[in-house]
Write a protein that binds this ligand. Structure first.
Ligand SMILES: [Zn+2]
Length: 473
């Protein structure tokens, strides 16, 4: 012990000298780098009158770097946002620098100077949460008598990754969702143009997925917006215009984890929890212990139903389709095909209302019209009904009993309408599988149909086979 202490002493003395020396060296180094940087940037990228300084911005977690140039030829003021994410800063500053370089070239090439050309670049933050950041950069340039230009650049970023979030990320590549947002955007432009009494234009040529790919979140996370500068999408004569789409008007299409993380996406009403079936209309119970499962598809027929039938055939699987009556006559051939390929047809009402809210006559009409449409298309009258939202009461069940029909609910809800993600839908179905399970899906969503091969192959491996409701017992 003693020896060690003695030996340690000279070492700590040495450190006592070395550490301050290192600190000094390090600071000197930093100082040197600082100076190098200063002179470097002045010599290579900026005219000698360029000045810059940093200041806090009014936005939390964001500082501003101000760059100014003021001389006979130009008057420039640029404010760059400096966020906590280096990747975000780089993308924005590169984008601003590119615009500024073009301006500087114009200034260099100009020969006559009545007054200096001006450029003002600033930014606004429209959404700033722990997850998301939306930024608009506004650029105004006035080049002596030429048209003053007003431009914008805007992005929504994932604050953690620093990646730009595009419309495709928000809609999870769903064409239906992108279409819905584009059409809401076009409506909004048309309204603005009308209010301003500007001439109508054909927006179908102008507004497409690429044009809307970058967007900002505004209004406390409740709107999507596109702050268009002059002549960026619309002809120059239309001036600046901001497209705004309230999220509530398209929330149905934004039920995905990315959108929920970054904005306020109201959830659609939950389907009511399945009420206990009445004795007259029992839901098939898993009594046999046989490894059989009933896949059920609601709300069709739709554009993906025919493809679904091919998938089911490939796996030798039978399923049950609860059709919406009003959709049947327009797609009679696919309805016939469901029947011809050995699947079961069920009634899902004529217009998808909550049946308990209707009068007896209306309930009877919803059931009978749909039965009749299916009978006309296929020659077969359904014996089962799935009530929309799982909502039934004594009046509904009595109407079914009078028609010798049963109400069929489900035991596994894949919630495929909420998470339009084939992998999530597949894992929910597989996780819920039990002998005799009734799995609820909707074949009107492409993501749901795309989940079916995964469900069938996973459950087949576990020894399950797939039958109609009728064959479940
Ligand atoms: Zn439904």
């Amino acid at each position: 012990m003693r020896i060690q202490r003695k030996k340690a002493k000279p070492k700590s003395k040495k450190l006592f000298i070395i550490i301050p020396f290192l600190i000094l060296l390090f600071s000197a180094g930093l100082f040197g780098i600082y100076f190098l940087n200063q002179s470097h940037s002045r010599q290579t990228t900026a005219p000698s009158d360029e000045k810059y300084y940093f200041a806090d911005s009014k936005y939390s977690g964001i500082r501003s770097k101000f760059v100014t140039r003021d001389n006979k030829r130009e008057k420039v003021s640029i404010e760059y946002p400096i966020t906590e994410n280096e990747k975000i800063n780089r993308l924005i500053s590169e984008s601003i620098d590119k615009i500024d370089r073009d301006f500087q070239n114009t200034v260099l090439l100009a020969t006559v100077f009545d007054k200096p050309m001006t450029e003002t670049i600033g930014y606004q933050v429209t959404h700033n949460t722990s997850e998301a950041l939306s930024i608009v950069v506004n650029i105004k340039q006035d080049m002596n008598g030429a048209h003053p230009a007003s431009m914008t650049q805007f992005w929504t970023f994932d604050k953690k990754s620093g990646e730009v979030v595009g419309l495709a990320d928000f809609t999870e590549q769903s064409d239906e969702a992108a279409e819905a947002i584009m059409s809401a955007a076009k409506d909004n432009i048309s309204q603005t143009i009308k209010q301003r009494q500007q001439p109508e234009i054909d927006l179908n040529e102008i507004i497409n997925k690429e044009a809307l790919s970058n967007f900002i979140i505004t209004n406390n996370g409740n709107s999507l917006a596109w702050p268009l500068g002059q002549a960026s999408l619309l002809p120059s004569s239309y001036g600046e215009l901001t497209i705004t789409v309230p999220i509530s008007s398209v929330s149905k299409y934004l039920q995905n984890p990315t959108a929920r993380k970054l904005a306020n996406i109201p959830k659609p009403p939950e389907p009511k929890p399945a009420p206990a079936p009445a004795p007259a209309a029992p839901t098939p119970a898993p009594t046999t212990g046989n490894k059989v499962i009933a896949l059920t598809f609601d709300d069709g027929p739709g554009p993906y139903t025919a493809h679904l039938l091919d998938i089911l055939d490939q796996y030798g699987a039978k399923a049950t389709f609860f059709l919406i009556g009003s959709k049947v006559s327009g797609q009679a051939s696919v309805v016939r095909s469901i029947q011809a390929r050995g699947h079961q047809l069920g009634n899902h009402s004529w217009s998808h209302p909550e049946l308990p809210k209707l009068s007896v006559d209306q309930i009877a009409g919803e059931i009978d019209r749909t039965n009749e449409a299916i009978r006309q298309a296929t020659g077969v009258k359904p014996s089962i009904l799935r009530p929309p939202y799982g909502a039934v009461n004594g009046v509904v069940l009595e109407q079914l009993r009078l028609r010798n029909m049963s109400s069929i609910l489900w035991s596994v809800d894949t919630r495929d309408w909420a998470d339009r993600n084939s992998q999530i839908v597949c894992s929910r179905a597989v996780a819920g599988a039990r002998p005799g399970a009734v799995i609820l899906m909707h074949d009107i969503h492409q993501t749901s149909v795309n989940a079916v091969p995964c469900i069938l192959s996973s459950l087949k491996q576990q020894g399950y086979s797939f039958v109609t409701i009728q064959r479940l017992n």
